[in-house]
Ligand binder design. Structure first.
Ligand code: ADE
Length: 238
């Protein structure tokens, strides 16, 4: 079981997408407990103000430190791991997802508008970016990170093997998948997959994965990002 708290002005942006499909089921079955803490509920003025103009001028609004601080304090416990979502953060990838999936309690702080007053950043154990582009806020990034982490919680996926063989885990993209019909609009499923020969199929998939990775993501071919368990699957590229 993992507990996740999201500190956000817009909880529905996170709650709604994470109510569907596998993560929705993980929540219903108690693998993931997801709760929200809204900085607006921690304001004391009549207008429930959460943002203000930036010192030094410039466009947009900045989230004020105090409501965010109080919202985090309310949910943070000893042993919580606090993550601030920001395009300035460390780049999120599968190895970070694996690391986070081992934590008992994650707290995500989502900035909105131009960001949060810099003085709250020491609240975070880690600053995380999901890629080199600017979102309207940290909420869609929190959805991405929580999704990737939840599917790694033991028991969430029926076959845990699904997270061992998949794309990125071995530092490679995954081989292509096919399902029925065997011939679709004149396009045939590769013979190797129809052979019933498990060794041949494994070799075909390894070769496809290596070829695809070299062609479309040569940066991944260099060094496996996530070390495989010592049980020793065959390395394709190293
Ligand atoms: N907030 C805005 N853009 C973001 C990004 N790319 N990653 C994480 N948080 C963000």
């Amino acid at each position: 079981m993992m507990r996740v708290d999201a500190v956000t002005l817009f909880p529905a942006m996170i709650d709604s997408p994470l109510s569907e499909s596998i993560v929705g089921r993980a929540r219903a079955e108690g693998f993931l407990e997801l709760e929200f803490s809204n900085p607006r509920d921690f304001t004391e003025d009549r207008h429930r103000t959460v943002d203000d103009k930036p010192y030094g001028g410039g466009t947009g609004m900045v989230m004020m430190a105090e409501p965010v601080y109080r919202a985090v304090k309310k949910v943070r416990k000893k042993g919580s791991f606090v993550i601030l979502l920001t395009p300035k953060g460390k780049r999120f990838d599968q190895s970070v997802a694996l690391e986070l999936s081992k934590k008992k309690h994650l707290v995500f702080i989502c900035g909105h508008y131009e960001g949060i007053d810099e003085r709250v950043t020491p609240l975070a154990n880690m600053e995380l970016s999901i890629g080199d582009y600017v979102l309207t806020g940290g909420e869609p990034a929190a959805v991405v990170v929580i999704d990737a982490v939840t599917r790694l919680i033991p028991g969430v996926l029926k076959k845990s093997d699904a997270t061992v063989n998949e794309t990125f885990t071995g530092g490679l993209l995954e081989a292509p998948h096919y399902t029925r019909p065997g011939v679709w609009r004149g396009k045939k499923v590769p013979d190797a997959l129809l052979s019933g020969n498990h060794k041949l199929i494994a070799e075909w998939r390894s070769a496809q994965a290596a070829e695809l990775t070299v062609k479309t993501r040569p940066d991944l071919s260099a060094e496996p990002k996530v070390k495989k368990p010592a049980s020793g699957r065959k390395k394709i590229l190293s």
